[in-house]
Structure formats: C-alpha cells, structure tokens
Design a protein around this ligand. Structure first.
Ligand code: AKG
Length: 273
C-alpha cells in the first residue's frame, strides 16, 4: 500500500513538491544527528576526508557520498530502508535506485547563496517544456533537516513542467545577487519533516547569514535509468569488500541497482538522454 494519499500524489504532480510534517520519529532524527556527530569525529581524527567550513568549530561543509565506506553509518542505511523507500517508490511509481546521498551544511556565518536554477532543465531552450516532461516522475530528491529552523530552500511551486518565464530567466542570470523571484516560496522545515521535490522546479539554497545547517539531501532515479555523468564514479567505493553486506537488504538493493546500471565508461549526461 502506498504511504501517500492521492492528494499527496496530486500535490507532488501539480506543484512539483510535497512537504510531509513529522514524517519521522524523534528517535530517528536523533539517530541521524548522532551519526553526523560520529562522522565529524572521524573527520577530525583523520580517519576520513571531510571538507570544513571551520574545522576548529566542528562545522563540516556540504558532504557527499555518505553511503560510501568511511562516511557510511548504519543510521543512514536504516533510515533509507525503513522510512524512505516507501515514499520514494510512491513518488516515482515503482522501484528506484541510489543516485546521490549527502548533507547540505552551513554555519559559522559563511554566506551560502546559490543562483536560481533547475538541476537538469534547459532554461530558455525552444524545447524546454518537452525536455522537462521527458524526466517527469522518473526521479526525486529531498531535503530533510536535522537542526531546527531550516529555512534555506526556496522554490517556485508548479514551475517544474512549463517553459521558464522571461523574469525567471533574468533572475537566474543575476546569480547569487538575485533579488526576489516571482512566485517564490521559502520551504520551512523542522527536524522530522521532509520536502520531496522535482529538481527541475526553479529553486535555490539561500543562507545569507551562514546559519548552522545540517540538511540531508539525497536523490534517486527509477531503477532502469543508466547511471549518468553527474552520479558516475561511485562504483569502486560502493563495491568495497564487505560494504554492501553490512547494509540492510533494501538499502543494499538500491546500491546494487545503481551498480547494475553502471556504464564502464562515457556515462551519458542528462542532456544526452
Ligand atoms: O541548498 C539547498 O537546499 C538546495 C541545494 C541545491 O539546489 C543544489 O545543490 O543544487
């Protein structure tokens, strides 16, 4: 049975995003938070490579590949297997595979102001709407915060399937200096909440004051999609001896499906598909 109601699915389809409040138990959030603390400890001890905003103040920078050995923690694997997969599969309508699994991080007063973008769109192209329709429903990504007061993702609801407007294109061109985007909405999240969104919505991460942020940020594709250039290069790490065997079965299955669709070389870019 789907974890999501028809209303949830319609909201995601029409608006391009779905906010679920208190989707996860506080124990789950705490387990994830402790796992981030343990990852920071390993980074400080030199056991793994982390990028830092401020090492002395224990402030990690954006961190990717958290399902790889070293950064892996059973908390990630259990969360994916036990809580996330039913949502992911309801939103893409079937079995999914791993793509990216990481954390957006901020803090220490360091500003983070992305330009407005569509992750895989072709803003302004003559065939923009056709291109957006081609990928619609085949992938999903989410933001799920581990720290209170997460107000860092901005989106333009319902912009995921239509051609960009002139003012959207102009605002995007202004890059990190952009002013207000027409129709923009700030996504307000608390630990336990999750925002699933179509990465082709106009969106940006915006944390001009550099407030502390730990937001889990992960993406998944339908099972049968070939691994593309932006997600390629993970095979050797994921195939490390014993690594998949320590994961819950459902999580290992997501990784195995990624490995099954892994081209030896020349992975296509999204724009090639
Ligand atoms: O910071 C965010 O919430 C959005 C991140 C994002 O859109 C990206 O890295 O492409």
């Amino acid at each position: 049975m789907s974890m999501l109601s028809t209303r949830d699915l319609t909201q995601y389809e029409e608006e391009g995003y779905l906010l679920l409040r208190a989707a996860f138990a506080q124990e789950r959030v705490e387990a994830l938070r402790l796992a981030v603390i343990a990852m920071i400890d390993r980074g400080l001890a030199g056991a793994i490579e982390l990028k830092w905003i401020d090492r002395a103040r224990r402030l990690p920078d954006r961190t990717g590949h958290m399902l790889h050995p070293g950064k892996y923690d059973p908390a990630w694997g259990e969360w994916l297997a036990e809580d996330l997969t039913p949502y992911i599969e309801a939103l893409i309508g079937g079995p999914a595979r791993h793509s990216l699994f990481g954390m957006l991080a901020g803090g220490g007063g360091r500003p983070y102001c992305q330009a407005w973008h569509r992750d895989i769109g072709k803003p302004g192209a003559a065939d923009e709407a056709d291109f957006l329709a081609r990928f619609h429903g085949h992938f999903v990504q989410f933001n799920a915060p581990l720290i209170t007061g997460d107000r860092f993702l901005q989106i333009v609801p319902a912009s995921h399937l239509r051609a960009s407007t002139t003012s959207e294109l102009r605002t995007a061109q202004d890059g990190s200096e952009a002013g207000d985007m027409p129709g923009a909405m700030m996504v307000e999240l608390e630990p336990g909440d999750i925002a699933f969104y179509n990465a082709n919505l106009w969106h940006r991460g915006f944390n001009p004051e550099g407030e502390q942020r730990w937001t889990m940020h992960c993406a998944f594709w339908k099972r049968d999609y070939v691994v593309m250039s932006h997600e390629w290069g993970q095979r050797a790490a994921l195939e490390s001896a014993g690594h998949l065997e320590r994961m819950p079965e459902k999580t290992a299955q997501y990784i195995r499906r990624y490995l099954d669709k892994y081209p030896e070389k020349d992975p296509p870019s999204l724009l090639d598909l």
